[in-house]
Design a protein around this ligand. Sequence first.
Ligand SMILES: [Zn+2]
Length: 241
Amino acid sequence: MLSRPFYFGKIEYGGISSEGKHIPLISKNLFDKVQNHLKVDYSTNKPRKYEFAFTGFIKCSECGGSITAEKHTKYYKKTDRRAEYVYYRCTKKLGVCSQPYLDEEKTDHEIRELVKTVSLNRVWEGDFKKLFAEDENNLYLKVESKLLELTSSLQAVEKKLDKLLESFLDEVVDEESYQLKKNQLLDIKLNLKSKIEKTKSEGGTWLEPLSEFINVSATADKITRAKNKSNDLSVIDKKVG
Ligand SMILES: [Zn+2]
């Protein structure tokens, strides 16, 4: 999240960068400062704990308990060789559960099968991206025309307010009627103003998550097919999840 240019107003999609129409959350300057901090490795003095690829985000399908992992070393006397094995198992803290241990290879396989069920294949990826571009375009057109409509209504109300004040100053309307009408018009004016702000800021809130969804789902398909390490698979699993 800290390294996504979206937050300072830049949209990157399909290898093309463009200026977003949304209000940036942070400045480019702050973004650059954060990037420099991210490059520094602050962990050099701390001893690193062994990290299991699949712990922390998978749960047992039988009882819903968290999955923990253990590393075991096996010694082979004949060949005088030591091999390390990682096993995953249900913590069984939520009650009775019959699930046995699962070695890393089998865990990896099960997860790949699960990720496949929510992945987007290459052919569909292109179709989704095309639809996304159409939606994006339609949305901008819609937002623009809505803003135009709201702005002209706002101008009309402001004109009425001016006219009302003139009528009051020319003593065409009495003070009571003036106040009453003025309050009504002010309410309409404020309402229109907040609608304009809302349209501006909410116009494309779903675009970024949708784009992310398409990219992750497409990557999921590639990752489940590739002969990658469990660590890569676990990164994508967290995203897909
Ligand atoms: Zn369980």
